[in-house]
Design a protein around this ligand. Structure first.
Ligand code: MG
Length: 280
């Protein structure tokens, strides 16, 4: 059991609340504590959103800075990925945290329907976010909610708007977007390998599809995403008690496929990231 698997923990997101699961970390202090537990359980990337004092999605750069500082202090070496997603705001405000120079930021390269709205990613905004990431040395994680997004990622890598081998995430299980469909997943993975040979990739499943996508990715050489942002339950009967519990579940699924959680140093090497300042 030697092939390392990067486990990304999406700790908070924009949607789940304490009413959905009291373990959802909302304040910066809660986020740092929950991330530290997830890191100790085997996560090597934290995907982060911030909330305001009322628990609503926020794009406040000060909060992002405090979170980044807390994570660098308490989880040395952990790859920190900040969200530029569209639930907390729109337009260039979505990229206001990129100059903080986190290790990574998420980048959606096309629009898609979400459960109750359009996730709007117009070409000029996508290009601007990608350029900001390049300018600040922030590695993008390209979110693919659709096959067309894979082709867009490949076109952007080809003409230099993205790094040559970007980290790609296939997302399934969002209502009104791609469902968790195994033949479609295999086609996405095969198309990714054809368009962007050698690019590392991961997969995210929403809600009850989280464990399913963990297993599909683990079995095909991909990396895993878990966390309370995407799913607040361990199974049909129980809420997840923590982000760490979901990371442990992902690690167990990976083990069934002969894989073990990557260390943060291994994750950085796989992702082409610089060593973390002050990491052991
Ligand atoms: Mg997110």
């Amino acid at each position: 059991m030697t092939a390392p698997v990067i486990i990304c923990c999406a700790i908070t997101g924009s949607l789940p609340s304490k009413a959905d699961n009291p373990a959802v970390p909302v304040t910066i202090a809660e986020q740092v504590e929950s991330t530290q537990e997830a890191w100790e359980a085997g996560a090597s990337i934290a995907h982060c959103h911030v909330r305001d004092d009322e628990g609503k999605p926020s794009l406040d750069v000060d909060r992002y800075a405090r979170l980044l500082e807390g994570l660098r202090t308490h989880c040395p070496g952990l790859v920190v990925q900040l969200s530029t997603g569209g639930r907390a705001g729109s337009g260039r405000a979505r990229g206001a945290m990129i100059p903080l120079r986190p290790d990574m930021a998420s980048l959606s390269v096309g629009s898609v329907n979400f459960p109750t709205r359009v996730y709007d990613n117009p070409p000029d905004l996508v290009d601007w976010l990608a350029a900001e990431m390049l300018a600040h040395g922030v590695r993008p994680e390209v979110e693919c909610f659709d096959l067309s997004h894979l082709f867009q990622a490949a076109a952007m890598a080809q003409d230099g708007r993205l790094p040559p081998r970007p980290y790609v995430q296939v997302v399934m299980g969002v209502r009104n977007a791609l469902p968790a469909d195994e033949p479609a997943f295999d086609f996405m993975v095969a198309t990714l390998a054809r368009l962007l040979p050698g690019a590392p990739w991961c997969a995210a499943g929403i809600g009850r599809d989280q464990a399913t996508l963990n297993a599909w990715a683990a079995g095909r050489g991909g990396h895993l995403r878990t966390g309370l942002e995407d799913n607040v339950r361990l199974d049909r009967h129980a809420l997840a008690p923590s982000n760490a519990a979901l990371v442990r579940r992902a690690a167990e699924i990976a083990a069934r496929h002969g894989r073990r959680p990557a260390t943060t140093a291994e994750a950085r090497a796989l992702l082409g990231l610089r060593e973390a300042p002050g990491a052991p």
